[in-house]
Unconditional design. Structure first.
Length: 436
């Protein structure tokens, strides 16, 4: 009888272990909340002081405190760690604020992030500077990029669209007011189209002029035609569309100049150098130009095509250099982008301050996108596996970069969202003939 009970108990234990392993793999968020969260909190509280000491993040106590300890107790005076705030659990990990001791800086804590990860048994630790003397540790309990779930509460805004999830479990925003132009690179089946799909869907719900150039006969952008104000599906149409956009940009500059030429004595707040300083009643709707497979605009076979290419590249460079103040933004996508495309390619790339690099076929492509951002970023991009579509490295010219992954959005759902918001298409008379 005892043997039967033992076998039964063993079977129940194995079933529990198997169930926990399944939940950990299939539902990592639920496993974290029920199992790993209490364990990690207990480890953090129990080992906080010793861990900080081992990481070199402790300092000698103030002299008054040392004297008080000597006068009242015989305990050994030990270095003190940064003062810890409340531990705040989240759906993906923990957040905790630290008040740094005199002489410490956020870089000291960031340098020990990997040690803290192992000491407290979490997937990753990220450090964010809150204010002078205070940093926030964001502990991520599991790999949030393996199965992307966007945060429930996302505060977007006009021309600020959440399109992906960062590896620290925060939303990645495409903010056109902060980063006017962007280059998106990725090989076939890398998830570049999914990134574009999420971005288009997010902008479709806003009063923004969406313009597309898709030289693959429109197969990528045609499903969103109901929301597009203009669409060019081959280089010939693109050559006709780009001068119209340049003329629209020049007209907007004339509008800004007219506003600047107002009577003397006008308050300074009414004088502006871009469209965002114009009164809302006079302000034209911003334009976002999507270019899919930009290399098709550069490839030529005859001298006549070469002349057309040079004109288009010149117009794109003008839009990239001057378009921000006129409310015109570029989203340039391709599999590869570099000097070998031809004259003007490097100059155009230099104007695209935002960079998103999905899986690419060679290291040179990653360096083209991220080499001028940070030396570590191309290495991270080259490490993206083919089994992880949508995973990318995003950076900007400030030197910051992070791994992101786009959530899945079906083409049918994206097209339906664009059809639902078709009434929001702004009226731009110059683009009427290009309306799909």
């Amino acid at each position: 009888m005892t043997t039967l009970v033992t076998v039964s108990e063993l079977g129940g234990s194995l079933a529990a272990i198997g169930g926990a392993a399944y939940v950990r793999h299939a539902h990592p968020a639920a496993y974290w909340s029920t199992v790993r969260l209490p364990v990690s909190v207990a480890r953090l509280v129990a080992s906080y002081s010793s861990t900080m000491d081992a990481c070199g993040l402790t300092v000698e106590p103030p002299r008054w405190r040392a004297l008080a300890l000597k006068a009242t107790t015989r305990r050994e005076i030990r270095p003190v760690p940064p003062r810890r705030g409340l531990i705040r659990p989240t759906a993906t990990g923990l957040r905790i604020r630290l008040r740094l001791a005199p002489g410490q800086e956020p870089a000291d804590v960031a340098a020990s992030a990997e040690r803290l990860r192992h000491a407290w048994g979490v997937h990753a630790v990220y450090v964010r500077d809150i204010k002078p003397g205070v940093v926030e540790l964001r502990l991520v309990g599991f790999d949030v990029l393996r199965k992307v779930r966007m945060p429930r509460r996302i505060e977007g805004g006009f021309l600020r669209v959440p399109v992906a999830l960062r590896e620290d479990a925060t939303a990645f925003f495409r903010d056109y007011r902060a980063v006017p132009h962007e280059l998106v690179l990725g090989a076939t089946l890398s998830g570049k189209s999914m990134f574009l799909r999420n971005l288009l869907t997010g902008l479709a719900a806003q009063p923004v002029v969406l313009v597309g150039i898709d030289c693959k006969r429109g197969v990528e952008l045609a499903p969103f035609a109901s929301r597009l104000s203009a669409l060019a599906t081959d280089p010939e149409q693109a050559a006709d569309l780009l001068p119209v956009l340049v003329k629209e940009m020049e007209d907007r500059y004339d509008l800004i100049k007219a506003r600047q030429g107002i009577a003397p004595g006008t308050p300074d707040e009414l004088i502006t150098s871009d469209v965002w300083g114009l009164p809302e009643s006079e302000r034209p709707a911003p334009i976002v130009l999507f270019i899919d497979e930009v290399a098709e605009l550069f490839l030529v076979a005859t001298r006549k095509e070469e002349e057309r290419r040079d004109e288009m590249v010149t117009q794109l460079i003008r839009l990239a250099q001057l378009g921000r103040a006129a409310g015109i933004y570029l989203e340039v996508c391709g599999q590869r982008f570099g000097a070998e495309l031809g004259k003007g390619a490097t100059m155009l790339r230099a104007q695209l301050s935002g960079r998103v690099c999905h899986r690419v076929n060679d290291e040179a492509s990653a360096k083209m996108a991220l080499g001028d951002i940070a030396p570590e970023a191309p290495i991270a991009a080259c490490a993206i596996a083919a089994e992880s579509p949508g995973l990318a490295v995003a950076g900007d010219t400030s030197g910051g970069w992070s791994r992101i992954r786009t959530p899945y959005l079906s083409l049918a759902d994206a097209a339906a969202a664009c059809r639902k918001s078709a009434r929001l298409v702004p009226d731009v008379p110059a683009l009427t003939s290009f309306r799909p």
